[in-house]
Design a protein around this ligand. Sequence first.
Ligand SMILES: NC(=O)C1=CN([C@@H]2O[C@H](COP(=O)(O)OP(=O)(O)OC[C@H]3O[C@@H](n4cnc5c(N)ncnc54)[C@H](O)[C@@H]3O)[C@@H](O)[C@H]2O)C=CC1
Ligand SMILES: O=C([O-])CC(=O)C(=O)O
Length: 232
Amino acid sequence: MIARGIMLGPDQPVILHLLDITLAAEALNVVKMELLDAAFSLLKEVHVTTDIIEACKDVNIAIMLGGFSRKEGMERKDMMSKNVPIYKEQASALEKHAASDCKVLVVANPANTNALILKEFSPSIPKKNITCLTRLDHNRALSQIAERIKVYVTDVKNVIIWGNHSSTQYPDANHATITTTNGERPVKELVTNDHWLKNEFINTVQQCGTAIIKAQKASSALFAASAACMRD
Ligand SMILES: NC(=O)C1=CN([C@@H]2O[C@H](COP(=O)(O)OP(=O)(O)OC[C@H]3O[C@@H](n4cnc5c(N)ncnc54)[C@H](O)[C@@H]3O)[C@@H](O)[C@H]2O)C=CC1
Ligand SMILES: O=C([O-])CC(=O)C(=O)O
């Protein structure tokens, strides 16, 4: 998606630095081969490495995906002991080697905590440049409402996700609206079942990640990549 211009736009050439651990080096090379085979016109160079310093050198944008992923029966916070040390090391490498105005998107869980670690251990990167991926929760909330009212997802607006990317988040549709042929109408009015909005809707959005892991024993890459690359 990045190489096709979906994240940075159709006129922005990109050089990708791909980092993984030594055990995954061969798989990483395959990713490079696939990217080159695709001959994306915006993709100018692909560097694969298992060296964090090489990976961070002069990067303008860092998308932090690496680490342990959640398995069935785990909460995202259960990965803290494994992923926090990784994020300390990666933050220090970004601090020393990335471009000074580098923008950082933390995807790996627990995403909010990892973003906080990054902020603490890379003090020269402006705080406002560091964010973590909760857009996925927002998208999930939009889709749940669209399905319920039978409208297009693009017609749903002003849903808010409060809190962390975790099962304690609060998806809030109190100010959400639907674009109709008669103008904007409140979601609360169109979802006639208030009990659904206060219970099942919230619970479903909070538990979407868990449901995917239960169903396919891994989280899916597509929805996270799509949320990370959205430009609206
Ligand atoms: N914030 C969000 O909305 C979402 C977050 N996630 C999180 O994103 C992360 C990645 O998810 P998946 O791609 O499904 O997991 P995955 O397990 O398929 O991939 C993780 C990759 O990180 C690599 N890795 C492990 N330690 C590393 C290190 N020290 N340095 C560099 N790379 C390292 C692994 O070798 C593996 O290739 C997980 O933490 C997952 O929980 C996933 C989906 C949505
Ligand atoms: O649940 C997970 O571990 C992956 C993730 O963050 C999500 O799908 O929301």
